[in-house]
Each structure stands twice: as C-alpha cells, then as structure tokens.
Design a binder for this molecule. Sequence first.
Ligand SMILES: C[S@@+](CC[C@H](N)C(=O)[O-])C[C@H]1O[C@@H](n2cnc3c(N)ncnc32)[C@H](O)[C@@H]1O
Length: 280
Amino acid sequence: MTGFSADWLALREEADHAARNEDLALKVANHLAGHDCPLILDLGCGTGSNLRALAPLLGLEQHWHLIDLDPDLLSHAKAQLRDWADYAEVVHSSLVLYWGEQKLTVDCSQIDVNKDLEILFNKPPQLVTAAAFFDLVSEKWITGFAQQLVRHSTPFYTVLTYDGEEQWQPPYPEDRTVLAAFHRHQASDKGFGPAAGPKATQCLQQAFSLGGYEVMTAPSPWMLNAQEHPDLMLALGRGIGEAAAHFAGPTAITDWQDALHYRRHAVIGHQDLFARPIAG
Ligand SMILES: C[S@@+](CC[C@H](N)C(=O)[O-])C[C@H]1O[C@@H](n2cnc3c(N)ncnc32)[C@H](O)[C@@H]1O
C-alpha cells in the first residue's frame, strides 16, 4: 500500500539493528528510566522492527502504540511480535508481550500521520520514535511535527534516516549518475509533499533546536559486504536502480545494475537523532 513490503523490511532488519547508534540509544534509555510504564509512539512502524530493537534497552513495563498507514504491515507486525516474544496474549484488544522480564503492552492503529497526527496526542506519549521513516516526509511536515512535540514537551528519537552518503566498492563509472538520479527521486512526493530525503536530519535538527530542545545526532551507516549480506545488497541496488530510472537513461541504469553482482562492499549513510526538552 505504501510500497514497502514485509519481505523487504525483514531482509533489512538485521542490518538495521546492527547499524543503530548504541550511544544514542543508551541516552534514550537513560532518559526514560524514571518512567514506570512509558507510552511510546512508533510512527511508520512497518512490521515492528523499531520495537524489537529498542524495547530490550528500556524498563520492565512499556506501552507501545504502533502506527502505520498500511494495514497489511500492521498485521505482519502483530504476527512477528508474537513470534518474537517469549509469550503473548490479547488483553482488552491490546497485544501483551512477555520478553525476558519485560512486559510490553502493544496497540496498533492504521493512521495516516500526514493527516491525523494530532489525535495521537490525546494521550501524550513519553517518547515519539520512528525508524527509517523521516526521509519520506516533507520539510514542511517536519516543521509542524516538531511544533506539535514541542507543545507537549515530548522527547523524540528517530533512527536510520538516509543521509545521502553511499560508497559502493569496487566503484563503477555510472555511480555518480545513478546516485544523482536516486537523490532526485528521494526528493519526490511520498504522500507528504516534496520529501526531505537526505536533508531530513538537518531539518529535524533545526526544527527541534528552534523549539528549545537539546538535539543529538550520530551516524548509523549500513556496512554491507557481499559475503554476509548478498541478498540485501542486491535488493537494495535493484531498488536504487528502479528509483533512479525515473531520472537517468536506461543504459546507465542497466550497466549499474549489472555491476551489482561484482560489488564487494557498500556503505549506506544514515543518521540517528535524539531531541529532548532542556530540563528546567
Ligand atoms: C521504510 S519503512 C520503515 C518501517 C519500519 N519503521 C522499519 O524500520 O522497518 C516506512 C514505513 O512508513 C510507513 N508510512 C509511509 N507513509 C506513512 C503515513 N503517511 N502514515 C503512516 N505510516 C506511513 C510505511 O507504510 C512503512 O511501514
């Protein structure tokens, strides 16, 4: 429905979890340590990867509200979270997961955050989070989003926002052309107006700083190699080629995609960001 398949999200999950910046994640965990059962809103949750990475770092009881536009991905999220947990049950329509000593209450809602962001603050969360999501939204939406969180003094943590840095090894002559075309596609409308793409982290940084927040960023690149991640490298390269084909000639794209089989390494840049109200 939004163009992200459960298969693609499953393929990238291990690399995503390995790439997340640990220091920043621990700062988030410290920040939430004083709350007995924090309410955490995960925007564009897909199949629940962000919960599976972050929840183990947080306290014994947590309440997650998973939001996505795509009902199919939300169904996958519920099924995959049940499989991930040691034990799961449904209580008053919430999914309750037991993982080690932790108890996680999980609610899922199909919501277009471009239209219905405000209703999510009827019960203000202790954290709003998102993974691999913010390069899809527009600069204008980021401004309104940050203002909404600042109004409620809500901390914000997002990971794996694409930052435009890519190095494919060995290099090929079409790399520059294809990357430039891919970046033009990154700026196209993904449902929020022209997308911020690789500028998203900078926009978030500015918007939250303007709201008086302390903003921390840290790199979280995918470090891929053909031995460990052959399927992910191929699928990623094909996806980049398909997106770039909107803005580059077919020969360059075909040559670039043919070369995927010879690539040994790829570094794909991402940024993580944690923004919190300055105490006092
Ligand atoms: C790249 S995926 C990331 C999924 C998940 N966070 C992860 O890390 O695996 C982007 C997600 O944003 C969701 N999405 C896109 N537009 C949305 C919108 N307007 N409202 C809510 N979710 C949206 C997609 O359905 C998809 O699940």
